[in-house]
Ligand binder design. Structure first.
Ligand code: SRM
Ligand code: SF4
Length: 514
């Protein structure tokens, strides 16, 4: 289907896609660069550029964000260096964030630099294409793929193949540039559900059928301001070599039948609701040109979720991977250069990102560890951070995101540090911050989720949070729900302290005066 054939009653976004496909701006980058950001047609600037992963930021006009694609969350040191060079040129405006989809976003970008930036990306095999708006987001996979002795399947190649199919090898693919809405895909071959499979529109989870390895398929998981749903089983099992074709078939069904009138009801689950699962499955089979086998009786997600921070043994004898904790995922150019250098000096130059916004450096020989530990960078990006900091996740928030109702990243760090100074933790507690109900920071998967909202204090409007609890991850993952509404952020610390003591076994520290 092409943009011009869309005939549904059209909302603003359907109209702009029908008028001109988002990918069309690829041919206009030189022109935009020459004209400057203020001269660009507003719809191209604010919306269509997102098809190239370039986001106009109303909070910082003229300073754009670029969202890359990092299939399976993997990049190499040369790529990291290029990303560092890109943000370095913007001085204090330049920074990068590791995202909750194992990905990287760059900040401070000037439109005049886009042609050169895209050239640099191309030279090192990076792409940012189709990473925003009504496209398939970064495809997540196990951060330990190929390293973990307990893994059932190495997801790297499969995730690469899915991305190549969807994006035409990173060049842009008009077949999938006009979905009814965003679409999230995850593939996991490990036992601990390291990708939060349950919150993706389409997820492949490991499962044996008659002793043959393959994946059970989950569909329809999503978060939105209006509704949140864990993915449900499609009751289908596929062999690894069929995964790309199944992704294609499901995307085609969604593209051609997904609900387009109301953007609040356009994600895949709404179509499944309307059709029922059986009809959806039949439509997918028709596209696929064959029947799907019924799901394996159970999947192999039977571990608690790991966070990969710290030093761990690889399946390759004599090698370790080291998980560096990156506080709320924020990086600056000098950090990125250092990370690239360290990955080369001690490892194989490879880097892995996690959905907890951290970095894993794989392939470090045991004999290098003593020297590795002396690296000054480990004082900033720790391998043994304090318990609450370790599991902290935060979305972008008001610093750069115009949807935000509150500031998130800095506040998250400040409050957690204050809590750590007064509490002794007896178990890990995962705290996730998200600046608005869009839930990019996934508060529903957290032990304690904090969602930005408007609150009132002494009759005055103030920044506040709704508190979520009960999210579980790994095996038997379950979404948390809202337990308290509109707590003013300025009153939050004692509220969290109480929750940590009552529900998570935290103990007040005895402060000894000297
Ligand atoms: Fe998100 C929109 C940031 C993961 C649900 N998300 C946005 C925008 C693009 C809004 C905007 O234009 O400002 C945010 C960009 C802010 C900025 O400047 O960084 C934004 N989302 C993020 C990131 C960077 C949060 C982070 O700090 O890690 C994550 C980027 C992932 C990536 O690499 O692609 C991010 N967003 C998510 C997730 C989590 C996930 O995928 O596991 C969700 C919930 C899961 C889901 O989508 O089902 C999520 N983002 C949304 C939504 C609500 C979608 C909906 O169906 O209503 C929006 C708003 C929208 O699409 O209309 C949104
Ligand atoms: Fe922005 Fe809201 Fe997403 Fe946070 S949750 S990045 S504030 S859209």
């Amino acid at each position: 289907m092409t943009a011009s054939t869309i005939t549904t009653s059209q909302n603003k976004f359907e109209k702009l896609k029908a008028e001109k496909d988002g990918l069309a701006v690829k041919a206009e980058i030189e022109k935009f660069a020459a004209s400057g950001w203020e001269a660009i047609d507003e719809t191209d600037r604010d919306h269509r550029l997102k098809w190239l992963g370039v986001f106009f930021r109303p909070v910082t006009p003229g300073k754009f964000m670029i969202r890359l694609r990092m299939p399976n969350g993997i990049l190499n040191s040369s790529q990291m260096r290029v990303l560092a060079e890109v943000v370095q040129r913007y001085g204090n405006d330049g920074s990068a964030d590791i995202t909750t989809r194992q990905n990287i976003q760059l900040r401070g970008i000037r439109i005049e630099d886009l042609p050169e930036i895209f050239n640099r990306f191309e030279q090192v095999g990076l792409t940012s294409v189709q990473s925003g708006m009504d496209n398939v987001r970064n495809i997540t996979g196990d951060p330990l793929a190929g390293l973990d002795a307990s893994e059932l399947f190495d997801t790297r190649e499969l995730v690469e193949q899915i991305q190549a199919m969807i994006t035409n090898n990173g060049q842009g693919n008009a077949e999938f540039s006009n979905l009814p809405r965003k679409f999230n895909i995850a593939v996991t071959g490990g036992r601990d559900n390291s990708v939060h499979a349950e919150i993706n529109d389409l997820a492949f989870v490991p499962a044996f059928k008659n002793a043959t390895f393959g994946f059970n398929i989950l569909v329809g998981g999503f978060f939105s301001a209006k509704r949140c749903n864990a993915a449900i089983p499609l009751d289908a099992w596929v062999a690894p070599e069929e995964v790309v074709a199944v992704c294609r078939a499901i995307l085609e069904v969604f593209r051609d039948n997904g609900l387009r009138a109301n953007r609040q009801k356009a994600r895949l689950m709404w179509l499944i609701d309307e059709w029922g699962l059986d009809k959806f499955r039949t439509k997918v089979e028709l596209r696929l040109g064959k029947s799907l086998l019924k799901a394996a009786e159970h999947d192999e997600i039977n571990w608690e979720k790991r966070d990969h921070v710290g030093i761990h043994r690889q399946k390759q004898a004599g090698f370790c991977y080291v998980g560096l904790h990156i506080p709320v995922g924020r990086l600056h150019a000098e950090d990125m250069f250092e990370i690239a250098r360290i990955a080369e000096v001690y490892g194989s130059g490879e880097l892995r990102l996690t959905v907890e916004q951290n970095i894993v450096i794989p392939n470090i020989p045991d004999s290098y560890l003593a020297s590795f530990f002396t690296e000054p960078l480990l004082a900033k990006f720790k391998i043994n951070p304090e318990s609450l900091t370790r599991s902290l996740v935060s979305c972008t928030g008001a610093q750069f995101c115009n949807f935000a109702l509150i500031e998130t990243k800095n506040r998250a760090l400040t409050i957690v540090k204050a809590l750590e100074s007064e509490l002794e933790m007896t178990r890990p507690v995962r705290i996730h911050w998200t600046g608005c109900p869009n839930s990019c920071g996934q508060p529903q998967v957290a032990d304690i989720g904090l969602m930005g909202t408007k609150a009132r204090k002494n009759g005055k409007p103030v920044e506040g949070v709704d508190i979520f609890m009960g999210g579980t991850v790994g095996k038997d993952a379950r979404l948390g729900t809202c337990v308290t509404k509109a707590v003013p952020c300025e009153d939050l610390q004692p509220v969290l302290r109480e929750l940590l003591i009552t529900h998570f076994g935290a103990k007040a520290k005895v402060l000894v005066s000297t």
